[in-house]
Design a protein around this ligand. Sequence first.
Ligand SMILES: *[C@@H]1O[C@H](CO)[C@@H](O)[C@H](O)[C@H]1NC(C)=O
Ligand SMILES: *[C@@H]1O[C@H](CO)[C@@H](O)[C@H](O)[C@H]1NC(C)=O
Length: 288
Amino acid sequence: MQFLRNVIQWNLFLGAFAFIVSYKPVIIMHGILSGADSMKSLQREIELLHFGTKVYNCDLFSNWFSLENAWKQVNELRDYFQTIGKLHPGGIIVIGHSQGGLLARATIQTMPNHNVKVFISLSSPQAGQYGTNFLHLIFPDLAARTVYELFYSKVGQLTSVANYWNDPRKQDLYRRYSVFLPYINNEIQTSNSSIFRTALTRLDKMVLIGGPDDGVITPWQSSHFGFFNGSLDVIPFNEREIFTSDTIGLKTLADHGKLVIVVKPFVHHLSWHRNRNVIREVILPHLI
Ligand SMILES: *[C@@H]1O[C@H](CO)[C@@H](O)[C@H](O)[C@H]1NC(C)=O
Ligand SMILES: *[C@@H]1O[C@H](CO)[C@@H](O)[C@H](O)[C@H]1NC(C)=O
């Protein structure tokens, strides 16, 4: 009898253990002008601390290819997410850094039947980008104030950076020329807008991580969907139309306790995915 009880307890213990270690698989998407290599430390931390996690460190569009048009990247990422999603019917998790977090979010929005359970955005320009520091990472000679002339054109829109360049003083040109951000953020309505919205609300959790010392994403609040208005005041995400009118489902997520906003100071843009405190405190707890 005692023996039987021990066997049962042991099996219960093993069962619980199997449950605990069955972490969901994770896709990691790198940022601009980088690739899977730069995300290795994040991958290693996940594999070490959440032993048994299957991590897919995406190497599509690495380095110079990361400048390709955002829709081109999203269309390939969709195949990638779909293939991995099918291998793991129980659901997957997606983490994107910088531009990778914007592209990953857009990809999820174009997949009405996705099985992404958790999406984590690591300092991504979700509401766009308007700032010299970012611009100079890629184009050292361009000025934020005048670059709209180049970016808001058919040729300019061939590159990802122009696709989410959001000049608060040239909103008419932004809406007329930008082929990506105003669409994926449902600022311009098309037949796809309702899919973009419902697909985002399928998530169990969306975690938006950013902070004031990022130094590159401008304004840094864009990591939470905040952005400049016409006089360059930063309007917090929850006072902007995209949230108040629930155009992409952010408010729905928030109302169901599925939107997590993380403000983390003292982290520079190029270290979010390498910083152990960030990984341990605000990423790992959501990877379940
Ligand atoms: C809607 O999405 C599909 C597939 O992503 C795309 O081919 C099509 O051009 C989009 N339509 C509009 C009006 O944006
Ligand atoms: C921008 O926001 C600030 C603060 O809310 C406000 O005082 C200002 O009038 C706004 N500017 C425009 C152009 O909407």
